[in-house]
Design a protein around this ligand. Structure first.
Ligand SMILES: Nc1ncnc2c1ncn2[C@@H]1O[C@H](COP(=O)(O)OP(=O)(O)O)[C@@H](O)[C@H]1O
Ligand SMILES: [Mg+2]
Length: 282
């Protein structure tokens, strides 16, 4: 569905993205995971033709992104960080207006109901909270049932129950065969939703694989144990599972029967991210 080949891009004289390559399969949820400033939104803008001055090639559903025209925008849905809504119109009026730009569109009331905005549909958007605007902007992206969805941090700032509803709707889009490009700095969202995740740092891809393959990278499995410290408190230490044999403290504690607790933990995507990139997600 998407092929990025030798992509080069810069905002200033200094190159920001240097020869990036990746591809996204038809019908998958593909994630860009990375901390703030990593380049996730820049990538979304490049893929959707909003930043046409790049080098290399970015083909999205057969179209070179920098040459995207009207037809291209009929087939994609975009939910970017800053909602693009008319504040003076109501939620429903906004959706009606945007729906009129498309050849076909989904049922507006059904979308409002699904995201839980039906009771507020006739309020002006200027009276909406930040989270309500995010949710409206999200269903706006789904209006024309696009085969490709670009979602930039869609659950950002939502409470857990509204985030749950949105994530289920994203999974529903995938179930209907849509392809989704999702940006997030939330490792739980990436783990749950994405078929493939790319770790983005400083405008580059540091790793790309399925969440499961990334998390079962052997080095990252940690053994954590606690024991009574000399001052009477509890001390906790962690050691990679593959290096327990070299941990003298642990061997001593086992020999003396002085361990207070011991367990191994499947690494989270965050652990793997730190291990590979040396950076934290947030
Ligand atoms: N319009 C712009 N002009 C110059 N630099 C920009 C512009 N937009 C973003 N940047 C810079 O590009 C880098 C990546 O930004 P962005 O893609 O928004 O990151 P993310 O979405 O991962 O937080 C940041 O260092 C940011 O300051
Ligand atoms: Mg961003």
């Amino acid at each position: 569905m998407i092929t990025v080949k030798d992509l080069v891009f810069s905002y200033t004289e200094k190159p920001f993205i240097e020869t990036m390559n990746f591809s996204v399969r038809d019908g998958e949820i593909f994630g860009f995971l990375g901390p703030s400033g990593a380049g996730k939104s820049t990538l979304q803008k490049l893929l959707t033709g909003l930043l046409p001055r790049y080098g290399g090639s970015v083909t999205v559903d057969g179209t070179e992104a920098k040459r995207a025209g009207k037809e291209f925008y009929q087939n994609i849905g975009v939910d970017f960080e800053f909602p693009s809504l008319y504040e003076k119109l109501t939620g429903r009026e906004n959706l009606r207006f945007f729906a009129s730009l498309y050849r076909r569109h989904r049922d507006i009331d059904a979308l409002l109901k699904a995201i839980g905005l039906h009771m507020d549909a006739d309020k002006k958007v200027s009276e909406y909270s930040k989270g309500m605007k995010s949710r409206l902007n999200f269903i706006k992206a789904l209006l024309h049932s696009p085969k490709l969805l670009f979602l930039d941090e869609p659950t950002n700032g939502l409470d857990p129950s509204n985030a749950r509803v949105m994530k289920d709707m994203i999974l529903q889009e995938k179930a209907e065969g849509k392809t989704v490009i999702l940006t997030t700095h939330n490792m739980y969202d990436a783990t749950e939703l994405c078929d493939h995740v790319s770790f983005i740092v400083d405008g580059a891809i540091a790793a790309l694989d399925t969440p499961k393959a990334l998390m079962t990278k052997k080095r990252a499995v940690q053994l954590t144990y606690t024991f009574e410290s000399p001052d009477g408190g509890l001390e906790e230490r962690s050691v990679p599972l593959t290096q327990t044999g070299g941990d003298a403290t642990l061997r001593q504690l086992i020999g003396d029967g002085k361990l207070a607790s011991i367990h191994s933990a499947e690494p989270t995507l965050n652990d793997v991210f730190v291990e590979i990139t040396g950076r934290r997600l947030q």
